[in-house]
Design a protein around this ligand. Structure first.
Ligand code: B12
Ligand code: SF4
Length: 503
């Protein structure tokens, strides 16, 4: 039996970690998860757990945050192994060159790879033949081919919520984070998911990237959690889109109200949605949805982002959502290489026209694991080495003449959308230097919309903010954002919690 400590940066429930932990526990290992913002002394608490393995989740921008901790832990636990997984290490094995801090990476979905790795480390055997694992040999990173992804999600044990709900804040909030599916129907060029789709599946006939838990499994999972944690009043689905399969949605609308009965919010893909789906969502108890509008320009949305949302969907679906009394929020991208400032104001105009109950606005980030991001790096459009922190809320890494205006527009976007005469005013305001007032404006809108529109509750969201303030607009560390004990602001990330899944 090995002891595995998962560590995550953001105060949130991570479905991937829950899934890995459940599989390891099922096979006799002991696991826990540690969140810096939730611990008085993060370093000491992890040490007290006496882990054999520390396992870190990473998106791009936070791929090295654990290094200072690993260095210290290794002084006291000599045999400690360190593994990193999630979207960044899945596409960047160069991390393995930092052998002082990382012993292995895992590419892709990792339930069984993690199990094999922990077993191998425990037995003192080689890790070099384990599918999905990346390791360093003679100074060179090696990435093993990956095994087929789990086709039947019902074969996995229920996600291990206990490692997150041991924290009073996470178990006492109103909204529970849940996933009903994996995958996505779309292939947007600014998103990492299409590359996962390409690399996670072998192309064998019948193999699926888009998978749902069965409705029966999902309801049982819910009731298992609710029996132990009865506090939750609502569910938020973190899936890319709950409308993955039409038949599933029908069955869900039949069974969920009777067996679980909690209202919920979710992401949707509007290009796969019709009125009947909306009726089913409503029947099931959906109160709020979010979708990625991303750009007001159909050309950019369709030709550059390859999003599949024509203007017809963008204008018609909101009308249907209003008709069936489901509130909706849009996701919007500012500052991609495809857009001029005028295009971004077109995004403002489209939002003014469709009148969402809230707008989330993120700054475009060129990920090396996306089609558009790769093009950006290849064409020299990126300010390489500029540290913008881990979040998509703070700053831009793109080389643009109008950078200040773009970043300011992201902060003031909601003023432009919701205030009479907003666009005219904001066109003037974005010319001023960046300042904290603009940051706070973004925060205030996000807080209000997230808390009220999505049903999280003002108090929970406020507490979350107070807990985590400091990271988003916090210090830069030259190259890769690092988190220290004093550096705990994940306010905006956590406000995004689960409802921003499809940016
Ligand atoms: C739900 C979600 C969120 C939630 C929950 C956070 C989370 N990461 O789970 C919230 C809203 C908080 C969030 C926030 C952010 N997110 Co997000 N999010 C997602 C989303 C839609 C689903 C993730 C998920 O739960 N999938 C289902 C589970 C089962 O899969 P999984 O998480 O990938 O886990 C599997 C493997 O990755 C692996 N694994 C996972 N963890 C670990 C750990 C170890 C040690 C190992 C070995 C393996 C491993 O095994 C797991 C089980 O098979 C993905 C898109 C996607 N479909 O992947 C984007 C995605 C992960 N997010 C992304 C981004 C950019 C962010 C933010 C930076 C945005 C921001 N606000 O600025 C923040 C970062 C917060 C953080 N600390 O991670 C990007 C990351 C891109 C990249 N290349 O790094 C993604 C891929 C979407 C995109 N735009 O491309 N996100
Ligand atoms: S941005 Fe959203 S809709 Fe597009 S591929 Fe990614 S998860 Fe799917």
């Amino acid at each position: 039996m090995a002891r595995v400590a998962f560590i995550v940066t953001t105060c949130h429930e991570f479905e991937g970690i829950k899934a890995l932990s459940a599989t390891l526990k099922q096979h006799g290992h002991q696991t826990d998860c540690f969140i810096p913002a939730e611990e008085k002394d993060f370093h000491r608490t992890v040490l007290d757990f006496q882990p054999d393995v520390v396992a870190a989740y990473a998106t791009t921008g936070q791929e090295k945050w654990q290094y200072p901790h690993i260095r210290e832990w290794r002084k006291e636990i000599k045999h400690l192994k360190s593994v990193s997984g999630g979207p960044h290490p899945s596409f960047d094995t160069d991390l393995l060159k930092d052998e002082e801090f990382i012993d292995a990476t895992i590419k892709g979905e990792a339930e069984y790879a993690m199990l094999d790795l922990v077993n191998a480390w425990e037995a003192g055997s080689s890790i070099e033949d384990i599918p999905n694992v990346g390791y360093l040999k003679d100074g060179v990173p090696h990435q093993n081919p990956i095994r087929p992804i789990v086709q039947d999600l019902d074969e996995l044990p229920f996600p291990d919520v206990d490692i997150f709900y041991k924290y009073p804040f996470l178990r006492q909030k109103r909204v529970m984070q849940v996933h009903a599916s994996r995958g996505c129907q779309n292939n947007c060029t600014y998103c990492t998911v299409p590359l996962m789709k390409k690399e996670w599946i072998s192309g064998k006939r019948g193999e699926r990237f888009n998978r749902t838990k069965s409705v029966d499994y999902l309801c049982e999972e819910m009731n298992d959690i609710l029996a132990r944690y009865p506090n939750f009043r609502m569910v938020n689905f973190g899936d890319a889109a709950l409308n993955m399969y039409r038949g599933w949605l029908e069955e869900f609308a039949e069974k969920w109200p009777e067996r679980v009965g909690l209202p919920f919010a979710t992401n949707i893909n509007i290009n796969f949605l019709n009125e009947n789906d909306i009726i089913n969502l409503k029947r099931a108890g959906c109160v709020s949805v979010q979708f990625g509008l991303e750009s007001g320009s159909e050309d950019v949305r369709i030709k550059v982002y390859k999003k599949g949302y024509t203007d017809k969907y963008v204008h018609n679906i909101p009308k249907l959502l209003k008709k069936h009394k489901i509130t909706f929020r849009t996701n919007n991208i500012m500052g991609s290489p495809a857009e001029t400032l005028d295009d971004m104001f077109q995004t403002v105009e489209t939002n003014r026209r469709i009148k969402p109950d809230g707008c989330t606005v993120l700054i475009y980030r060129p990920f090396k694991s996306t089609e558009l991001g790769r093009e950006d790096f290849a064409l020299g459009r990126v300010e390489v080495g500029k540290d913008i922190g881990p979040s998509l809320q703070n700053d831009s890494q793109m080389k643009r003449e109008d950078l200040r205006e773009v970043v300011n527009l992201q902060k003031l976007f909601n003023i432009a959308v919701y205030l009479p005469g907003g666009p005219k005013l904001v066109r003037k305001l974005i010319k001023l230097p960046r300042n904290p007032m603009y940051d706070w404006t973004l925060l205030a809108f996000l807080w209000y919309q997230h808390a009220v529109v999505s049903g999280y509750g003002m108090v929970d969201d406020f507490k979350l903010g107070l807990k985590n303030l400091g990271q988003i607009f916090g210090k830069k560390t030259g190259g890769t954002h690092q988190y220290g004990e004093e550096d705990k602001n994940q306010f905006l990330d956590t406000l995004d919690t689960g409802l921003d899944a499809s940016f």
